[in-house]
Ligand binder design. Structure first.
Ligand code: UD1
Length: 420
């Protein structure tokens, strides 16, 4: 297994480009199953999760064509199977996103039931109950969700008990080809849901209300092909900005979208960063100062994203003062805390809150990544450590960050990959 070796103590400086958003690219790839026409998806990030989704398409009998710029053309008319096997679902829970498209387009789908993961139990009951409300017959047998429908799915009025991002996306995709109108209440408002809706609209879907908590979808007979560019990754953007703030640096991130990062940018300002924004760039300057600790609470968009709390925990670990970070979306998302304490951080978990007393610097240590965003936080911790840190199990980071060590090297970091 590859490891990352980090020699800490360097302030990040320079410019990098942000990749397409993983959490938008995955549902958009799944949405290509909704038409027999060719859909061209551009600005896909180079990530392991994207490769897994393309592999899943291959299992269904669909052969995506990838060009040298990693634009992918998908024509699903060659589809032969309707089954997402456990081997793929266990490496990527977002495989569940093929359930809605397969069911609504082909009347059948079998998707392995995703298990719990490092950050909590993560059930998919809301995906299932919403599709059942639309007329699907769904059973869970031998670890598989087996779904079918006679004729078409029927539009329904669905109230989501909890705000679920992929749940909203699955139902929205299913509803595009259902008979009649579907209303999703308490829908996720995440920008990636909006990006998916915009792609579906470009394919001929009738959707309104995306970005708000009520989404209305009027089913159409068929969707058609289109060319669609995935939006920039707000989590990747935020991760580099937090790394720069933690290391007292000065960086500019380009090809991003500042208006969907408000909650994160406001916390970075509270931490003492000077932030300038343009249409598609953000510049952060700490003027060489130590960051100030911040307190935050995660919640669905537009509140502070759960995918960014671990990185702020790393920032707080070397900040001036104390900050508390409360996680309300997932039940067990503090695995990084114990690793950071091994690096000399002063943190304690109380229920769903971690209280961090900032120390002057961390001490490098061998640490182990446990999930995608925790891995990013351990890299930031390595960057603010006085000596060498090795981060093990970095396959987690390769799932969601494109060329992370190369981008950090561009910003001056002393980081390299040690192949296994
Ligand atoms: C998506 C993102 C992930 C992000 C998360 C929350 C993708 C591919 N992944 O994950 O990066 O951290 O949103 O912003 O977009 N829940 C249920 N039943 C369900 C569905 C969800 O109880 O049927 C619960 C979950 O356990 C969790 C909460 O709802 O506590 C939110 O989860 P959800 O928004 O569904 O996360 P994902 O869509 O899996």
């Amino acid at each position: 297994m590859d490891k990352l070796l980090i020699q800490g103590g360097v302030s990040l400086k320079g410019e990098i480009r942000i990749a397409g958003a993983k959490n938008s690219a995955l549902p958009i790839l799944a949405a290509t199953l909704l038409t027999h026409d060719t859909v061209k998806v551009c600005n896909l990030p180079h990530l392991y999760d994207i490769t897994t989704m393309i592999e899943l398409m291959g299992c269904l009998g669909v052969e995506p064509i990838i060009d040298e710029k990693l634009n992918v053309e998908i024509n699903s008319s060659s589809i032969k199977h309707f089954n997402a096997p456990y081997e793929l679902v266990k490496t990527m829970r977002a495989s569940i996103l093929v359930l809605g498209p397969l069911l609504t387009r082909y009347g059948q789908a079998e998707v392995a039931l995703p298990g719990g993961c490092a950050i909590g139990s993560r059930p998919v009951n809301l995906h299932i109950s919403a599709l059942q409300a639309m007329g699907a017959n769904i059973t869970v047998e031998n670890g598989y969700i087996k779904a079918s429908v006679q004729g078409k799915l029927k539009g329904a009025h669905i109230f989501m008990d909890l705000v679920t991002v992929t749940g909203t996306e699955n139902v929205m995709m299913a509803a595009t080809l259902a008979e009649g109108q579907t209303i999703i209440e308490n829908a996720a408002r995440e920008p990636e849901v909006v990006d998916l809706a915009n792609c579906l609209i470009a394919m001929g879907a009738d959707i309104s209300g995306q970005g708000g908590d009520t989404i209305v979808i009027n089913g159409v007979d068929e969707l058609h092909g289109c060319t669609y560019a995935v939006m920039p990754d707000r989590i990747e953007t935020g991760t580099y900005l937090i790394a720069a703030a933690a290391t007292r640096g000065h960086i500019k991130v380009k090809d991003t979208q500042p208006d969907i990062l408000e909650s994160v940018l406001s916390k970075l300002e509270q931490a003492g960063s000077e932030i300038k924004i343009g249409e598609n760039w953000i510049e952060l300057d700490m003027h060489g100062q130590r960051p100030k600790a911040v307190s935050l609470r995660t919640a669905p968009y537009p509140a502070f994203p759960t995918d960014m709390q671990a990185q702020f925990t790393a920032l707080n670990s070397v900040a001036l003062g104390s900050g508390s970070i409360t996680e309300t979306v997932f039940e067990n998302r503090f695995m990084h805390v114990h690793e950071m304490n091994r690096m000399g951080a002063s943190m304690r978990v109380e229920g769903n809150t971690v209280i961090v007393d900032g120390v002057e610097a961390l001490m490098g240590a061998p640490v182990m990544a446990t999930d995608l965003r925790a891995s990013a936080s351990l890299i930031i911790a390595g960057l603010v450590s006085e000596n060498e840190t090795t981060v093990d199990r970095i396959y987690h980071i390769d799932r969601g960050y494109e060329c992370i060590e190369e981008k950090l090297q561009l910003l001056g970091a002393q980081i390299r990959r040690i192949p296994s």
